[in-house]
Design a protein. Structure first.
Length: 192
């Protein structure tokens, strides 16, 4: 695989992961995309907002091409977890719009730079990196949070799937899933 092929391959998988994460908001109310359903407060719109901040920072500032808009959570004075939830003044459209603009900026950086282009990550103590390093890091970051979004979406309305409800999932009716879960619980109880 050539360097160009490696960059294109990583970028392709990064775009797929982004699509999967953003798709978890589909057909949900403003309330449901904001609901904190686990003890740490993880919520779907917050995951999108967080990944937006990561894209703006890692593909912007890291390569001396700062994203031109304010992104909550990137400034050093931000309150803890400012990028993990949407305020009452931030609509879903605001957060998703910022997502699209941040990722367009990131895509321009990826398209412009060579895979071995140097950068420096301020929040890693100005650690030197390359575009390859950041592509791999962000692919892991986005997929990690897409996995969180899978679980949160299932908690919201029971919908599961990779990009859309039902895709890449065993086709089973409610009875099948109930029996499957009961089987797992039965096995787990053997270890009490």
């Amino acid at each position: 695989m050539t360097d160009l092929d490696a960059k294109a391959n990583l970028h392709l998988h990064l775009r797929e992961a982004r699509e999967a994460l953003l798709g978890k908001l589909d057909e949900l109310s403003e309330y449901d995309v904001r609901r904190p359903l686990v003890p740490t407060g993880t919520n779907l719109l917050g995951l999108v907002k967080h990944v937006t901040a990561m894209a703006a920072g890692y593909f912007g500032e890291t390569f001396d091409s700062p994203f031109p808009e304010f992104v909550p959570g990137l400034d050093e004075d931000a309150e803890p977890n400012a990028d993990m939830w949407a305020t009452a003044d931030e609509s879903r459209d605001d957060v998703v719009g910022l997502w699209h603009r941040a990722w367009a900026h990131a895509d321009a950086t990826i398209d412009t730079l060579a895979i071995d282009a140097p950068g420096s990550v301020r929040w890693w103590g100005h650690t030197p990196v390359t575009l390859h390093h950041i592509l791999v890091h962000m692919l892991a970051e986005v997929n990690r949070h897409a996995g969180h979004a899978d679980i949160v979406r299932e908690l919201v309305d029971g919908q599961v799937g990779w990009r859309r409800p039902g895709d890449n999932v065993v086709e089973g009716d409610e009875a099948w899933w109930t029996a499957y879960r009961e089987g797992l619980e039965s096995t787990a109880r053997k270890f009490l």
